[in-house]
Structures are given as structure tokens and as C-alpha cells.
Write a protein that binds this ligand. Structure first.
Ligand code: ADP
Length: 247
């Protein structure tokens, strides 16, 4: 087939907490334009890897590049500006703000508590409403975020990530704690956004979802990649079974 275009890549990425080598020489390539999954047992370093890549924590060693540009140790907002958006395992939204306010703050922190009357504000509000409608929670725009179900909060977080129109979207456990109906909605959103050209890198424990959604799977164990490939191949790899079963 055609050569794979590289989206995000790391070389020898490492991060230790005290004596714990959370990420330990991870060399990984994610495929541009695809839905990539990052899986691995609990504690294998997936979240730490996400945090190093997005600038939330500084790696001890190694490098990160995005579309060929070095982004190692860049500040989170600069990494975001290169086109990478992310969600968090424990959904990051402002519970006492309304759904619509959360959308505006997601893209412009300075809009908090200010009158919104400029044409740019109106454009943002229009964009926010259309994204809320796309994720299916536009009827809740005036509700406080804390009054949404957990799954609806995750949809709000995803819609907030989309406000910046990122080229690549990193999701940390999008289906975790979400009911099956909303998991289906999140899956179909990922599919349709991918069809529009967005690359996804998804950490997820729900294996049925990983296998049905992703084009490319990277498996982590003890802080590094032990296996990669299409879902059908990874699923049957003895190294993956070994990592999960600890045999
Ligand atoms: P995963 O996301 O795959 O479950 P994590 O990246 O959360 O893995 O954790 C990898 C390892 O690093 C675990 O042993 C975890 O306990 C440890 N770890 C993660 N974050 C910290 C931290 N802030 N301080 C100390 N240890 C941490």
C-alpha cells in the first residue's frame, strides 16, 4: 500500500517519578489521518506519555515531533497551536459554568465573565452552538455543566476541544464511565470527524471499542511500545496477551 504518513512520533521518550519509570524509552509513530489507539495494562504509562507529548509534564529524555516539527518540551499552549487538541481521563470542564460558557472558555480563556458583543464573540457563539448540536447537547446550553450526566460532560469536553479546530485529537479514555448509548455516540463522532480528515490518538480500555474504531493500534507495556499494527493483528499477538495477563 501507500507509505504511511507520520502524525505524532516519539523517540526514546522517558519520564520517571522517583524510582518509577512511567515512560521508559518509548519510540512510537502514529499514522496521520487515521484513528490510532494506544492501549496497555493499567500503569503501563499511557497517561504519562500523553502528558509528556502535550507539554503537561516535561520528559527526562527523548524527543517528540509532530508532522516533522520538534515539539519536545514546548509549552502546552504552543503544542495546541501546532494543531493538537486533547481531552482528559477525568473530564476537564468548569462545573459551575454553563455549557455555552464552557465552550467559549475552551477556546478563549479571556472571555470569562465578560460581556460578549464583538463580531468575534458572535462567531464563537455560533460555532459553539453548532458544535454542541453536533455532539447532541445543544438543548443543554444554558444548564450548568455539573448538572449534565458524566457522558454528557465528556461530550461537552470533546466539543470544547473541537472549538480550536485541531488537526489531531488526543482522547484519554473517552468511553470510561460512559453509558453504552453515549459510547455509541462518541464512536460515531470519532468516525465522522476522522472522515473529515482529523487524526485521532485514543487511550481506551474498552477493547470492543478499540478494535471496531481504530485503524492502527500501539500497545504499551512498562512504559514502551511492545507491539503495533492493525487491530486484527495486534489482537492475536502473544506479546499483547502476555502483557495483559502478566504470564
Ligand atoms: P496508565 O495511564 O497506562 O495507567 P500512568 O501513566 O498513569 O499509566 O502511570 C504509569 C506509572 O507511573 C504507574 O506506576 C503510576 O503509578 C506512575 N505515576 C504516574 N503519575 C505519577 C506521579 N505524578 N507521581 C508518581 N508516580 C506516578
Amino acid at each position: 500500500g501507500a507509505p504511511t504518513e507520520v502524525n505524532l512520533a516519539t523517540e526514546g521518550l522517558s519520564k520517571a517519578f522517583g524510582g518509577v519509570r512511567a515512560v521508559d524509552g518509548a519510540t512510537v509513530r502514529f499514522h496521520h489521518g487515521k484513528v490510532n489507539a494506544l492501549i496497555g495494562p493499567n500503569g503501563s504509562g499511557k497517561t504519562t506519555f500523553f502528558n509528556c507529548v502535550t507539554g503537561m509534564i516535561q520528559p527526562d529524555a527523548g524527543s517528540v515531533s509532530y508532522r516533522g516539527t520538534d515539539i519536545t518540551r514546548k509549552a502546552p499552549h504552543r503544542i495546541a497551536r501546532t494543531g493538537i487538541g486533547r481531552s482528559f481521563q477525568l473530564c476537564r470542564i468548569f462545573p459551575r459554568m454553563t455549557v455555552l460558557e464552557n465552550m467559549l472558555v475552551a477556546v478563549r480563556p479571556g472571555s470569562l465573565g465578560r460581556q460578549l458583543r464583538s463580531s468575534r464573540d458572535r462567531d464563537d457563539i455560533e460555532r459553539a452552538r453548532s458544535l454542541l448540536s453536533r455532539v447532541g447537547i445543544d438543548h443543554l446550553e444554558r444548564a450548568e455543566a455539573r448538572d449534565l450526566s458524566y457522558g454528557q460532560q465528556k461530550l461537552l469536553e470533546l466539543a470544547g476541544v473541537l472549538m480550536a479546530d485541531p488537526e489531531t485529537i488526543m482522547l484519554d479514555e473517552p468511553a470510561g464511565g460512559v453509558n453504552p448509548a453515549l459510547i455509541d455516540r462518541i464512536a460515531s463522532l470519532v468516525r465522522s470527524l476522522n472522515a473529515e480528515g482529523k487524526t485521532f490518538i485514543v487511550v481506551e480500555h474498552n477493547m470492543d471499542l478499540v478494535m471496531s474504531l481504530s485503524d492502527h493500534v500501539v500497545v504499551f507495556d512498562r512504559g514502551r511500545q511492545i507491539c503495533e499494527g492493525p487491530p486484527s493483528v495486534v489482537q492475536n499477538d502473544p506479546r499483547v496477551l502476555e502483557a495483559y495477563l502478566g504470564v
